[in-house]
Design a protein around this ligand. Structure first.
Ligand code: NAD
Length: 542
């Protein structure tokens, strides 16, 4: 199975073997977070569970803010406890920032922006900083993997094979765009001369979720920095630590102090203060619909800052009776909902199956699910499913499962906390059949490993069900018929439609939603442009 997370399809040749990035780490370096030597990629890939546990014991957690190139505690001295979701134990304390800390971070970012130290750096030099930064991210793969896995429970090999190289690639891609942005000279009367400049916005605040902590931060921070803006990143309180390492490595890559700042804290405190701030020019937000709407309100209540939102989803996967290879479709369906514990914005949670192959599909899905995603210790490289991010998230998902049963769906498997894993926030992979699109489990984003199967008779009916949702992030259709494929691609309301695959993509792919899945786009060149603004210069020549 290849890593295929979050629309970045990474072809490593093989899932567990050394990938292209293995060659990047050519020497041991000092791990400046923990003071340990970091490992070569080929050695990282040889670690067994004991080896990872040993590395986890050695790592130290930096939970303070990073402002103007330095780690500083919250001015109030307040902290909050960070729980490891696999063990239920407190693993670290993190700064609980408020408006004062946000003011300091925004002031540092504004000062750096105004100085021109980054925004006016020669494009080639800015590119070189980001290239070095991408390389450093890969070189620190082990630390990033441990920090995100311990924070939010993701299987460690998902980090090594997908999140870390995918994040490095994000910085590399946006670095490549830096000198591809041009202004324009327009046609005017002979007495006039107009040119259009494309300039950075100023201070960009990035507010990110916990499901792909490093990668979501990379998707937000990379285009903002590449375009010459300065950044204040507010990571989710459930997954604070990789952001600290990111900011620190930016300095190591040659980035000037004050350009990349991090404010730790709770959403309704630090996040809200940032979104309400009068000197922030743009919020790049990824998270829930509920909070995305609040951020839009805060922008209106303050300085009308630009807001781009990437929010939730309820992705339909449509399996037509003429699906070219049913086993492949089933495999993708299983991965599409259970990968990353189902904590994926585009998780393929609604399986729309042509009723002609409904029973066979279910039987194969059940068979495949028995071995594909087995919950376990996320530090074990053999584990394919970790705990959910918190005990609250576990209870929320179990609540949806209860609701599914109460509303009349049939629980085929799962639906409970796996045995012997009660200490962590685990939920077993779960499948419901007999689901109707008006049921809660078909309408609301569960953000856990819960699939809902719904039969349909015609393509029109499938598209109607697919579109009957407040969300419109992604969709897939499996068919041999070229007309069916193109009709579905045209008519489904979603930012991404996959045909005979799921979650394939690369950095050129615009990533974002229709409807309440959000109004922005991540990855892709368009995203870079969204971090700039045009200025028209009109010269009267006389
Ligand atoms: P969330 O909305 O609870 O939190 C997201 C971020 O917003 C966090 O940093 C949080 O601290 C902050 N926040 C919370 N309240 C705030 C407030 N009042 N003001 C300002 N900031 C505030 O989301 P989450 O639980 O961290 O992440 C899961 C959600 O993210 C899911 O809905 C998922 O679909 C979505 N998501 C979307 C994409 C995408 O690309 N569309 C990608 C990943 C996750």
């Amino acid at each position: 199975m290849k890593p295929h997370l979050r629309g970045i399809w990474l072809d490593f040749g093989d899932w567990t073997g050394a990938g292209p990035f293995a060659k990047i780490v050519s020497q041991s370096r000092q791990n400046r977070m923990g003071g340990e030597n970091i490992m070569l990629m080929e050695d990282i890939k040889k670690l067994d569970r004991n080896g990872w546990v040993e590395q986890a014991r050695k790592i130290s957690f930096e939970g303070r803010n990073f402002i103007n190139g330095e780690f500083v505690p919250a001015k109030s001295g307040k902290t909050f406890e960070k729980i490891n979701p696999a063990s239920g134990e407190v693993m670290a304390t993190v700064s609980r920032s408020d408006g004062e800390d946000v003011n300091a971070a925004v002031a540092a970012a504004r000062k750096a922006f105004k100085s021109g130290v980054w925004s006016r750096m020669a494009p080639r030099d800015r590119m070189n900083v980001l290239y070095r930064y991408a390389k450093l991210i890969n070189e620190h793969a082990m630390e990033f993997a441990l920090l995100d896995t311990l924070d939010m429970g993701k299987p460690i090999m998902d980090m090594i094979n997908s999140d870390v190289p995918g994040s490095a690639l994000t910085f590399q891609y946006f670095a490549e765009t830096i000198d591809k942005i041009d202004g324009q000279v327009t046609n005017t009367a002979a007495s006039e001369f107009q040119y259009i400049l494309r300039q950075p916005l100023g201070v960009v605040a990035c507010i990110t979720p916990w499901n792909y902590p490093l990668m979501m931060a990379a998707w937000k921070v990379a285009p903002a920095l590449a375009a010459g803006n300065t950044v204040v990143l507010k990571p989710a309180e459930q997954s604070p630590h990789s952001a600290s390492l990111m900011a620190k490595l930016f300095i190591e890559a040659g980035g000037p102090a004050g350009v990349f700042n991090v404010v730790q804290g709770l959403g309704h405190e630090a996040g809200k203060a940032l979104a309400l701030h009068m000197d922030v020019d743009k919020i790049a937000f990824t998270g829930s619909v509920e909070v995305g709407k609040l951020v839009l309100v805060y922008a209106g209540q303050s300085n009308m800052k630009r807001v781009t939102t990437e929010c939730g989803g309820k992705t339909p996967q449509i399996i037509m009776a003429d699906a070219p290879d049913l086993d492949r479709a089933v495999s993708y369906a299983v991965n599409g909902i259970y990968g990353n514990q189902g904590e994926v914005c585009n998780a393929g949670s609604r399986l729309l199956v042509d009723q002609k192959l409904h029973d066979e599909f279910i039987q194969r899905f059940i068979e495949k699910s028995k071995t594909a995603f087995l919950p376990g210790d996320p530090l074990d490289p053999a584990t394919t499913m970790g705990p959910l991010v918190t005990r609250e998230q576990q209870q929320r998902v179990l609540g949806y499962i209860e609701k599914g049963k109460q509303e009349g769906a049939k629980l085929e498997f799962g639906g409970a906390v796996p045995e012997k894993l009660e200490q962590g926030a685990y939920v077993a992979p779960t499948l419901f059949t007999g689901v109707k699109n008006e049921m809660t489990i078909a309408r609301e984003e569960i953000f856990g490993p819960v699939a809902a199967v719904m039969p349909f008779r015609t393509l029109e009916e499938a598209i109607e069900i697919a579109n009957d949702s407040i969300y419109g992030l992604a969709a897939s259709i499996w068919t041999k018929d070229i007309s069916t494929a193109h009709k579905a691609a045209r008519d489904i309301d979603a930012g991404v439609v996959w045909v005979n695959c799921f979650d394939h993509g690369d950095m050129t792919q615009p990533w974002g939603g229709f409807k309440q899945s959000g109004n922005g786009r991540d990855k892709c060149f368009e995203t870079m442009l969204h971090h700039t603004q045009t200025k028209s210069v009109w010269v009267h020549l006389g």
